[in-house]
Design a protein around this ligand. Structure first.
Ligand code: NAD
Length: 377
């Protein structure tokens, strides 16, 4: 059976759904692997490296005969047209609000899996793309902030005088936020952080950062069974904003990562708060693709508001593409491995498997995921 790794046609997507390690692993599982020429270039993997790992270098036309297509982004209608009915496509499908595109996958007879729907359970940790990519985004957010900040982050005591340590405030201490805290600490900044989930308090403290939050009764109950944040009450938001406003005025760098599943990102940084910051300060909004945590943040841009740089880069994991592709490819292979029979060394898809059930969008010409109108069997 054949696996095809195409070049991502979207120019804003530098990642690739394969790595040298993943190709070797797929070969050992018994697959033939074809990688489209140039697919890895923007992730610093030349064709020759893929070839050495055992892949054949091909063209987009190789999608036609593939049993499995591994991608970063959901395939476009044009790409779908190049796959055979019955093929498996695994990608970050971005299914919410894109029901038409899902219907197109079903219509083409594709069995489509959305990696971002992987349940966050121990068994699936190594397949969790939200974590692998958010972790890198948290790191990159600090690098981007440091780049825009025209001062040093660590305290530097030199013969010519002392540069004070930068004050960094991280809002939202999930996977991305915790990595941002750790990275800013490594660079020598004075770091504080906030979150609405009580579990975050200890994690923030264990990374050596100061925890800032309104810790009332609502805070103590703010975590869902799945470990996610709830949307907070108006009353809480007002109290949170007052506390944050006072704190932000003293910060040099603010990094926001706050998300609530299925809701727009909470607005945490107002225009007034940005105005209260010193000129040359930096705000990096990692939630900009989901509506943004910071007022005035623009998707895909670095804007200046009253001397404060507000950074709204899109596809932040793609800004660190070589690492992001390496981890994403590993997530894919680990998932695919659960669909391969060890005896026959071939695909043995079990639609009853809990990981398959959670991530399968379309199968057998129909939408099968209950969240997108599929029937629960
Ligand atoms: P996320 O991306 O959904 O949100 C980022 C952070 O923003 C969260 O910590 C959230 O609490 C916070 N937030 C939301 N509203 C806020 C507000 N108004 N003010 C401040 N902060 C706010 O979260 P995530 O990074 O995906 O992580 C969510 C949880 O899932 C964490 O507890 C994480 O440890 C857990 N997790 C578990 C697994 C696993 O078990 N396999 C894997 C990854 C993450």
């Amino acid at each position: 059976q054949t696996i095809f790794v195409p070049k991502e046609p979207d120019p804003s997507e530098p990642r690739v759904a394969g790595s040298v390690e993943s190709i070797k692993k797929l070969k050992s599982l018994g697959f033939d692997v074809v990688v489209e020429a140039g697919a890895g270039l923007r992730s610093r993997i030349p064709d020759a490296e893929f070839e050495k790992a055992g892949a054949r270098i091909g063209t987009a036309a190789d999608g036609q005969s593939a049993d499995v297509i591994l991608k970063v982004r959901r395939p476009s209608p044009q790409e779908i047209g190049g796959y055979r009915s019955g093929a498996i496509v695994i990608a970050i499908m971005d299914p919410y609000g894109n029901e038409e595109a899902i219907a197109a996958l079903a219509g083409a007879g594709i069995t489509a899996f959305a990696m971002e729907l992987m349940p966050r359970i121990t068994r699936a940790q190594s397949m969790d793309v939200l974590s692998s990519q958010a972790n890198l985004a948290g790191y990159q957010a600090v690098i981007d902030a440091a780049h825009e900040y025209d001062r040093a982050l660590p305290m530097m005591m030199t013969a010519a005088g002392t540069v004070p340590a930068a004050k960094v405030f991280v809002m939202g201490a999930g996977v991305a936020g915790l990595q941002a805290i750790a990275t800013a600490r490594r660079l020598g900044a004075m770091v504080s952080a906030t979150d609405v989930r009580p579990a975050a308090k200890e994690q923030v403290a264990s990374l050596g950062a100061k925890f800032i939050a309104v810790e009332d009764e609502e805070f103590k109950a703010a975590e869902t069974a799945g470990g996610y944040a709830k949307e907070m009450s108006k009353d809480y938001q007002v109290k949170q904003a007052a506390l944050v406003a006072e704190h932000i005025a003293k910060q040099d760098i603010v990094i926001t990562t706050a998300l609530i599943p299925g809701r727009p990102a909470p607005r945490l940084v107002t225009r007034e708060m940005i105005d209260s910051m010193k000129p040359g300060s930096v705000v990096v909004d990692l939630a900009v693709e989901r509506g943004g945590n910071a007022e005035g943040a623009e998707a895909g841009k670095v804007v200046e508001i009253g001397g404060v740089k507000v950074v709204g880069h899109l596809n932040v994991p793609g800004r660190i593409a070589a690492s992001a592709s390496l981890l994403y490819a590993k997530n894919l292979v680990t998932f695919l491995e659960t669909m391969v029979s060890k005896e026959t060394k071939s695909l043995a898809l079990n639609m009853e498997d809990e990981l398959v059930k959670a991530t399968a969008l379309t199968h057998g010409g129909a939408i099968v995921h209950p969240a997108f109108g599929g029937a629960i069997e």
